[in-house]
Design a protein around this ligand. Structure first.
Ligand code: NDP
Length: 434
């Protein structure tokens, strides 16, 4: 804390990993002697820059851009860009640190980074977003490249923003390279990328349930958020026979007692992806209950998917879920559960899928987008979905390998942390003192 003052989210992420990894490395002194865990908590570099742009009224606006290049021991830096008000370096350091372990778990050669800006695209015109993205890339392009660092989207950075960023990179470098992932299909994007995180989270949950003699079929589910991850979690949950009773955005929760229908989900996807509307409009359109300023966790369910943002699932929410009979929780978002909530899940034997394992499908398909760009080929939907499913199954096996404790209990947090750590740590050991 002395070295990184005022970074509570970063401490939270490091604490969670250290809790699992320290007992493990105590039996592996080579990691202690080389101070690997300490080295992993220090980003390779942090780039911070001014982003100046002009709004539609002709006023000059100033934002701050960042790229935190965290660790490239096992591959080029890779991780999303987040555009949201009040974005801090603390948040980006926690996300970059988490990304190190997640990317390691994917089985692909991917290092870790995260970046973004305190620019909020909400309420901005397309042209304003374009001018911002062009200005942002005018600096970022100096620090990224197909063998150096390949950013992607995250909160506030979807297809529109990636397209503006990619267009500007191409213009500045005069090269057509797969330097961003999440691109449009017309210019090097991959099928399934949009769906990957949500589909992957659901496959991971299905694996956990299978391991414990159950499945998603007929299960009552709630999903927080209604962004990229949440919408495609809902789609896959429904495909696997589950019922989605509630979804949300930052203004409140919609409650659909019989489960959202395919037609309703399509309407919601269109509302969120194309019309940039609020979830309340869904409730008005379909005459269902809207609970303003309320989270989804109070709606009784068997399975909960946290797919909105960090620390959205607190101790009291965990208590509520447990009281209502929830048996399993998966983190589609990054670090959505507080440490107290995770502790409660563990104490009550709730099956708990931590973010770095459960939401790794997004970056995995980004990795597959990079592979396709390098080969100058595109795989089919079936091929990609198969690969995504296999990767999620492999992540599940790694979690089991390092997370099986006494008797039958599997600690997925410990499993994911140790498996993710080991690959990166071994590469760092091999490089010597660098
Ligand atoms: P989006 O911006 O597409 O969606 C975020 C959603 O969360 C929106 O519906 C937003 O509502 C909602 N939300 C934000 N804050 C709150 C809150 N306090 N309470 C309730 N809802 C809230 O982002 P993504 O879906 O891409 O990302 C969501 C999470 O998943 C993030 O943690 C991200 O880092 C993580 N993730 C994303 C991946 C990806 O491939 N996209 C990959 C791996 C992880 P509103 O519109 O009102 O703000």
């Amino acid at each position: 804390a002395k070295r990184n003052p005022h970074e509570p989210e970063f401490y939270q992420a490091v604490y969670e990993v250290a809790q699992s990894v320290i007992p493990y490395i105590n039996h592996h002194p080579e990691y202690i002697d080389a101070r690997i865990l300490e080295r992993m908590t220090e980003p390779d570099r942090i780039i911070s820059f001014r982003v100046c742009w002009e709004d539609d009224e002709g006023h000059i606006r100033v934002n701050r851009g960042y790229r935190v290049q965290f660790n490239n021991a096992i591959g080029p830096y890779k991780g999303g860009l987040r555009f949201t008000s009040h974005l801090t370096l603390d948040t980006l350091k926690f996300l970059g640190f988490e990304q190190t372990f997640k990317n390691s778990l994917t089985t692909l050669p991917l290092g870790a980074a995260k970046g973004g800006s305190d620019f909020n695209p909400k309420g901005k015109s397309d042209r304003e977003v374009m001018r911002f993205c062009q200005s942002f890339m005018s600096e970022l392009h100096k620090h990224i490249g197909v063998y150096t660092d390949i950013p992607a989207g995250d909160i506030g950075v979807g297809g529109r923003e990636i397209s503006y960023l990619f267009g500007q990179y191409k213009r500045l470098e005069n090269q057509f390279q797969g330097v961003l992932t999440g691109k449009g299909l017309e210019y090097g994007g991959s099928l399934i990328r949009k769906e990957a995180t949500g589909f992957g989270t659901t496959y991971f949950m299905e694996e956990i349930l299978k391991e414990h003699g159950s499945s998603l079929e007929g299960k009552k589910c709630v999903i927080s958020g209604s962004g990229n991850v949440a919408l495609y979690t809902a789609e896959k949950v429904m495909q696997l026979g589950g019922h989605v009773l509630a979804m949300s955005d930052s203004s409140g929760t919609i409650h659909i007692p019989d489960g959202i229908s395919r037609e309703q989900l399509d309407w919601l996807i269109d509302l969120k992806e194309n019309r940039r509307g609020r979830i309340q409009e869904f409730a008005e359109h379909f005459q269902c209950e809207f609970l303003p300023d309320t989270k989804v966790w109070g709606i009784p369910c068997q399975i909960a998917f946290a797919c909105a943002t960090q620390n959205e699932l607190e101790k009291s929410d965990a208590q509520q879920l447990i009281k209502n009979g929830c048996i399993a929780v998966a983190e589609g978002a990054n670090m959505p559960s507080t440490l107290e909530a995770v502790h409660l899940f563990k104490k009550n034997n709730i099956l708990f899928a931590p973010a770095k394992a459960a939401n790794a499908g997004g970056v995995a398909v980004s990795g597959l987008e990079m592979t396709q760009n390098s080969m100058r080929l595109s795989w089919s939907m079936e091929e990609l979905e198969d690969r995504l499913k296999t990767i999620m199954q492999k992540i599940h096996s790694q979690c089991i390998k390092y997370g099986r404790g006494e008797g039958e209990t599997i600690d997925y947090v410990r499993g994911a942390n140790i498996a993710g750590f080991k690959k990166v740590a071994d590469a760092m050991l091999a490089y010597g003192v660098v």
